[in-house]
Structure formats: structure tokens, C-alpha cells
Design a protein around this ligand. Sequence first.
Ligand SMILES: C[S@@+](CC[C@H](N)C(=O)[O-])C[C@H]1O[C@@H](n2cnc3c(N)ncnc32)[C@H](O)[C@@H]1O
Length: 382
Amino acid sequence: MTLLDGATMRTAAEAFVRFPPHRVAPYNKRNWGGTLHSLCSYQGKLKPSIAHFLVAQFTEPGDRVLDPMAGVGTIPLEARLQRRIGLAGDLSPLAIAVSKAKLEPFTAEGVQTRMDALRIAVSHADSQDVSQGDFGLNGPISGYFHPKTLREILAVREHFASRRMSGEFDTADAVILSAMLHILHGNRPYALSRRSHPITPFAPSGDFEYRSVVERLTNRIDKTVPLLAQLREITSPGSAIEADFRSANSTFGTVDAVITSPPFASSFRFWSTNWMRLWFAGWQPEDFKIEPSRYLETEQRATFAPYSEFAHSMASVLKPSGTLILHLGETARENMAAEIAPLLEPYFQVHSVGRESVATGESHGVDKGATVAHWYLFASRR
Ligand SMILES: C[S@@+](CC[C@H](N)C(=O)[O-])C[C@H]1O[C@@H](n2cnc3c(N)ncnc32)[C@H](O)[C@@H]1O
């Protein structure tokens, strides 16, 4: 990699914030980035065009680019598409399944073999106990699906749980799981649920119509697998690992750049906005009480002090003078950039901190309601 010296980074950073390239057509279109970026809806996903330009302007081909809080892998996927090595970490099994599908190698034959096994699991769906559908955060899961569809969903959920338990869960499974997570609920014909919302499930309406899991899943996979396979031909794979950002060094080795968008200060109910997909990806009903306390979304409600650990961890994974870029949120009550910048200082030289108002432009899918501005912090390891 060519290391950016402080002055060069500052100049590029100031230009990025002053004339945000992602606000110019065609990058300002709501669905810029296409199907690969939209593999599965995710509350909190970064706008892909922001990721695109951060990667393009602040890293080089061949660089190892880590997002230790990658969500559904928007930044590492952009890194991969631009011939970098995209690396993703996240605590969430939902997020990591989708990132894995976007970043790691698999074969179409592998997907077919696992689909055959999944069809067998679905053929035994009648034995599923539908009382599992009594769980739900804003109404029971059973309120979203025809009973026969619900049994099939339970069978597929159990199938993936046993693949994970046996240690066999691989990227071909992640490709299928991502497709399944995407079609789980929504307001379009592809969805398995009654009419609801594609990002946050609530207020299901319409008939309890049977919708075949295998049929809709196969349609989705037929659409996504060829695109993911093309990616394999033109780019180098990366990796996605379920891990706390604090263990980045032992998980990913050395990297050239860290680009990440930590949870915005307003997103403390992340588990309720993504609840049905988290449940499907492996959370048990009791996990909704226990798991959130491990997440930065919850920790930073009390204090931003965990960003000192973040700074230490990122300094240990980055090459000397390696690049750190944070995409942060400002709400009416809190400016994350102002809170976090001083905590980075022991390990990083902060070259530029800039604000982009989202009050007038299109909001970027991250905690839209409470966020008044996005901040970009550009630094390099001391
Ligand atoms: C704003 S989202 C990132 C969204 C991502 N840029 C995308 O486009 O999908 C923040 C992410 O941080 C993750 N996270 C929270 N605490 C974490 C921790 N301690 N270690 C790793 N990931 C964490 C959350 O699960 C969430 O996916």
C-alpha cells in the first residue's frame, strides 16, 4: 500500500466532506449498488456509495481493509469490488451470515447440495411445534405467517441451527441463509410473511396465505448466486468472522486500513428493529434479554469509554501509519465525533473531522429519525 501522509489525508478528507461524492448522480440514487449490496435488508446499513468512495479515495488495490463492526458487510464488499481484501467482523450472527456470503468463496454446487439437504428438512416440517411462533417482540411470529409456512420456516431455522452446532456451517450455507433472511418478511411478493415491512417487521396485514419456503428461497438464490459467483471470478475473497472488535488482532492479523461505521448513539434498540431476523439467525427468545448488553449500542448509552478499547484494538491490528476512518452520527443530544476523537489520540493522529448535514439531503438508512448529521473522522496510526 501507499501510505497517505497526514497532509495528503487531510486535503483528501476535507474535499470528501465539502463536496460529498456520494451526493452526485448516479451515486445519490436510493438503490445505488444493486443486488449484491441488497443481499439482505438490515436496519443500520450504510449507504453503499459512501463506502464506495471511502474505499476508492483512501485505500489502494491489494490493501487489506477491515470493518470490525461490519453489519451486512457494505464496506468490505466495496473493498472486494475494488480489488482490495475485504475483512468483516461483527458480534451479530445475522450480520455475519450476510457478510460471509458477500466476502468468502463458495461453489454453486455447494449451494445446490445444501439446498437438497434443506428440502429434506422442509419435507419433515409437519413435525415442527408451532408454539415456537408464540414468541415475538411486537406481536407473535405466528401472526406473520400461514401455519404451514411457519412450520417450514421453523424447519429451516432448525436446519441451520444444527449446521452451526455441528461446526459444518460454511459459506454456501451463509449464501442460503442470507437469501432466507431477506425473504423472511416484507411487503413484496417475494416475502414469506403477510404484508409487513422489509426492514423492521411490524403490523402484519392481509390474508394468511401459504407461501412455499423452498419455492421463494429458490427464486431468490437463482437471482443472487450468479452475481456472487461472478464476484469470485473478478476479485479476491476476504473473510467475515463473528467477533467482538476488541479481538480484531487475533482474528484478522495485520491490516492496511480500518473503515467502520460504529452504531449511532441513537440506535440502542437495534435488537428490536432487527428482531425477527436475529431470531431466525440463531437468537433464542431469552437472548433478547441477555445479548444486547454485549453490544456497543448498549454500552455507549452510558459512556463512550469503550472507544478507548476500540482505539487500542485498532492500533494493534493496523500497520504503522495505517489509515482509520470512522463514519459517525450526530443527534440533537450527542455528537459522537466530539466524544470519540480525544479517546483515539493516544494511538492515532486525527487529521480531519468533518460534518455532513443529513437534514436536507436523503438520509442514509442509519437511524434516520434521530440523526441530524454524519461525521467523518480521518486518522492514521501513530
Ligand atoms: C451501524 S452498524 C454497521 C452497519 C454496516 N456499516 C452496514 O453497512 O451494514 C454497527 C454494527 O456494530 C455491531 N457491533 C456492536 N457492538 C459490537 C462489538 N462489540 N463488536 C463487533 N461488532 C459490534 C452491530 O452488530 C452492528 O452491526
